[in-house]
Ligand binder design. Structure first.
Ligand code: SF4
Ligand code: SF4
Length: 87
């Protein structure tokens, strides 16, 4: 079974390391607008939700553990069999 990224929403702290890591991988520099994962802020800043863009939902960028996952220090992102990006 293909591995995908599972989001554990309750563990996200909104640090944006995943955005930085993704943009660095894509662009070779920090350009958060180019990251394929975005942190959406809701409830007037009380809640942060990681959201993958369509390009990333279809297939993670690599068969190895993606950079966004390794960048997350809070366990909010897991690269596992049966994971479903954004679910
Ligand atoms: S899987 Fe790759 S392309 Fe998708 S958000 Fe993570 S680092 Fe970016
Ligand atoms: S998913 Fe992880 S790295 Fe990304 S903002 Fe949330 S806690 Fe930070």
């Amino acid at each position: 079974m293909q591995k995908k990224i599972k989001i554990n929403y309750d563990l996200c702290r909104g640090c944006r390391r995943c955005e930085i890591a993704c943009s660095w991988r894509q662009e070779g520099s920090v350009q958060l607008k180019r990251a394929k994962i975005k942190i959406k802020v809701k409830d007037q800043g009380a809640t942060e939700l990681p959201i993958f863009e369509q390009q990333c939902k279809i297939r993670p960028c690599t068969k190895e553990t993606p950079r966004c996952v390794t960048a997350c220090n809070f366990g909010a992102l897991e690269f596992i069999e049966g994971g479903i990006n954004n679910d």
